[in-house]
Design a binder for this molecule. Sequence first.
Ligand code: PRX
Length: 651
Amino acid sequence: MPDIVSLLKEKRTFQPSADFTSSANWNKKTTAEYRRLAARNPNRFWAKMAKENVSWFTPWKKVLDWKPPFAKWFVGGKLNISYNCLDRHLEGPNAWRRNKAAIIWEGEPGDSRVITYGELHREVCRFANVLKERGIKKGDRVALYMPMVPELAIAILACTRIGAVHSVVFGGFSAEALRERINDAGAKLVVTADGGYRRGEPNALKPAVDAALRRTPSVENVIVVKRTGEPTRMKKKRDHWWHELMEGASSRCAPAKLDSEHPLFILYTSGTTGKPKGILHTTGGYLTHVTTTSKVLFDLKDTDTYWCTADIGWITGHSYVVYGILANGATTLMYEGVPTHPGPDRFWDIIERWGVTIFYTAPTAIRTFVRLGDEHPKKHDLSSLRLLGTVGEPINPEAWMWYHRVIGGKRCPIVDTWWQTETGGIMITPLPASMPTKPGSATLPFPGIEAAIYDNDGREASASDGGFLVVRKPWPGMLRGIWGDPKRFVETYWSRYKNTYFTGDGAHRDSDGYFWIMGRVDDVMNISGHRIGTMEVESALVSHNKVAESAVVGRPDDLTGTAIVAFVTPKAGAKVSGAFAAQLRDHVAKQIGPIAKPKDIRFTDALPKTRSGKIMRRLLRDIASGKENIGDTTTLEDYSVIAALRSDDDS
Ligand code: PRX
């Protein structure tokens, strides 16, 4: 593929405040020292982090055993992650944390629970004993298909306590998707709930489990959390209520001493084929990566109340709702429901009531809030916030500015964190106390991460051209494989460039060396031989003061190869017309250049998104090109949007 041309230019920079810098976990001096060490010897840097931030039962003999593309970190070391997330906060100098909130949970209807480290330890031990009683042994797979309730975190930690491998399947997936994942992992036990709350209604989960389990020969037991209390069918012998099994379980359970490379979890993610990939992560390296990054770039302190809005069903929830945060002994907030129930200010209400200090969310959520209007956050006192983060997709500079201004009150550093299910932890990110940020840039690789941008031939791309984002050296949190498919692991990530991890993302660096992620390479269009990132056009559109959100896709065009189609959600009150579309085209031409002018602009009330908030580009591409087949839509959040877009098609 020829070079990816980048046309986006962003000149604004933001310095961290002296206040923030003076009390940060890593100040300018420490950061500079660590950067130097990591550049000279990344293994020594990671070994230092593993010693400082993780507790080991047995020290490792070798930091890294690298036989490309297979890495083993902290070889010979033994540890337990639940010990790191729980026990070590109850003993020695940290024993005071026994009565500190580990999890603050808020249900959508407004009910809440605060679980201390002492309580969480007891609950995890009890559930670990329940798992053992049900025949779960070290290495067995346990599927977790649950709403955002504390029991999900408890189940995760209970698995790690005994060395069982968890496979969390997002509660928004269908029965069929669940079945496929259970069978691929060969799970012996499923933990679920009767349901959870979404948009004010109980949303049943158990029927999907029943449907999935018609063809899952490996599953022997199902444990069901009672959350909604709705009538739920229980199958004799196979299904058990969580609370009944927990009643008789002992709250003592010694943590298993696990090898550093013991499998920790499998998490399925979509790839370029229809079959999801079971991304495998292991123990010591993963914990080192997520604990270190949590401490440094969220600047976690004992006084913080940290809230990451991701569902635990995704990697962000694994690494930065549960593991990285609890391993630091911080307070993590979990919220069950949708951001706009019962009103558009639910998130801001939560921040005010619980005094959230660190808030980590997705650009798509931010853009939704932009659209809903400033009056909702402005109704609330958000002065407890001291740091903001984003993850999951490129953030357009205007959404970044809004986040900075309206939510962060211009005082909070923003960490735009680039990473993937496969990378386990954050890879490219600002270190909030020690460097200027630029709206829309994930800035620089974390120390010890050697990210680069390659052209098609594996040469470092020039600054202005951009290219493919790669990682040249192994890192502790990297995936160890695709469950049951080593061939696909090698093909997907390691075959394009020798001994180098291929991320699948396009990016470029600016004159300061900052990285600008342009999205998946399959979302990059070729217009008359010019490569343009869909995100760049979207950014340009969203920078128009009447546009709330947009998604841009390519469609085949006889003349130019690909034509740009823009789906645009106007801000409330904007009048949709041909003149408005023409104005937007000119606006894009002004922001980027005439080459990036969308050929079609389609106005829509909302964009179709997966439950994790990702815009469904494949669907938009199909709609844009007029194909009937709209693919698998089981994860669609709002079917009405599709209906509207389709009827637009017919007209
Ligand atoms: O394209 C990048 C985008 O999300 C992809 C990874 O998706 P997933 O495995 O679901 O993990 C999401 C949460 C870590 C990446 O290949 N992405 C993630 N973070 C960013 C991003 N794109 C731009 N900027 C980011 N900060």
